[in-house]
Design a protein around this ligand. Structure first.
Ligand code: SD4
Length: 333
């Protein structure tokens, strides 16, 4: 008997009253049921994405949805805009390089059937999100990294491209010369990953996350953004979430998965993001300057966000809105 039916049957008995109190639907240990089995989707389609560059990404994602594309098509099309924007210093082309001057990219994508693909430490390919989608669709694997990811991309017809723009190179060279800047901080200047979540007209959810990561990172460093469950997680029964900010902190609590699980147990998207942020704060002895933000969407089409520090925002697009929303936060800088 399914647990739900068992509870219904048990509730008809005296013992059942007690039992159903003991194992309420929001019990975080034993409940695996969606908190709302017949979601009332208020507002589909709906798209949210991190930071100001989300407005342009949402526009491309929306166009995809309007022309009959799926949520998966939409999230890919959306973040490709940011990846190809050479003026953006933290995603794709024009992203700031690692310590040694190499631009290395991390990305992942996940659809409503819990299928997912990722690339990490990928160089010289402008749109890592599309390579991640190919990993998902054309291989039995979830993640390819480094040279293997690059060779796979070339096999799939992606073009090799120099991603270090003259402007990004100049910024990196300045950093190399400056003793003051030798310890890059996580802030809105050097750490603006794009994570984009979409619900299509069928109510299906997908997500994408892509970044050039922490500016001037140690060569070989991979952040949270390509890690399913950390930078991004989608469960079509419950909702989706993605993260931005210091990836190391996000990985430590499997951040996006945590947000989705908190929604599973009945928390609103904003509450879920807040609880995940609080968990990060609890797990770090020193939270000074450590920025992390989450955005989330549940199966009802409700959205929310939360960050450790002020300054995080996200772009919202639906039938009634096309705007930036400031995230709730715990600390002032
Ligand atoms: C990382 N989380 O590589 C990414 C960077 C980021 O906003 O989110 N920037 O750690």
């Amino acid at each position: 008997m399914k647990r739900r039916n068992f509870i219904k049957a048990a509730s008809l008995t005296g013992a059942g009253v007690l039992l159903s109190r003991c194992i309420g639907a929001t019990d975080p240990i034993i409940s695996e049921e969606p908190y709302n089995e017949q979601p009332i989707i208020k507002n589909k389609p709906i798209i949210i994405s991190t930071w100001n560059h989300g407005i342009a990404a949402n526009k491309a994602a929306w166009e995809k949805l309007e022309s009959g594309g799926s949520a998966l098509d939409a999230v890919e099309a959306g973040v490709r805009v940011t990846e190809s924007d050479a003026s953006n210093r933290s995603v794709g082309l024009g992203g700031l390089p690692d310590r040694d001057g190499n631009v290395t990219l991390d990305a992942c994508i996940m659809n409503h059937e819990s299928e997912c693909g990722a690339v990490a430490y990928l160089q010289n390919i402008e749109n890592p999100i599309s390579v991640a989608r190919k990993v998902m669709e054309d291989t039995p694997h979830v993640m390819l990294v480094g040279n293997g990811a690059f060779e796979f991309a070339i096999e799939k017809g992606f073009k090799k491209k120099e991603l270090l723009t003259p402007e990004a190179k100049e910024t990196w060279l300045k950093w190399k010369k400056s003793e003051d800047l030798k310890k890059p901080e996580i802030n809105s200047e050097n750490h603006d990953t794009i994570g984009l979540l979409a619900m299509d007209k069928d109510g299906n959810l997908s997500g994408a996350c892509t970044t050039s990561g922490w500016a001037y990172k140690l060569p070989g460093r991979v952040g949270d953004s390509p890690i399913i469950g950390a930078g991004l997680f989608v469960d079509n029964e419950i909702g989706a979430a993605c993260a931005t900010g210091m990836g190391e902190a996000v990985i430590r609590i499997a951040g996006s998965h945590t947000v989705v699980e908190l929604m599973r147990y009945g928390h609103s998207p904003e509450e879920a993001c807040k609880l995940a942020v609080e968990r990060i704060q609890k797990k770090h002895k020193d939270i000074t300057g450590l920025q992390v933000g989450f955005i989330a969407m549940n199966k009802n089409g409700e959205v929310g966000s939360y960050s450790v520090y002020a300054g995080f925002n996200y772009a919202l697009k639906d039938n009634a809105n096309d705007k930036m929303v400031d995230a709730q936060y715990d600390l002032e800088w």
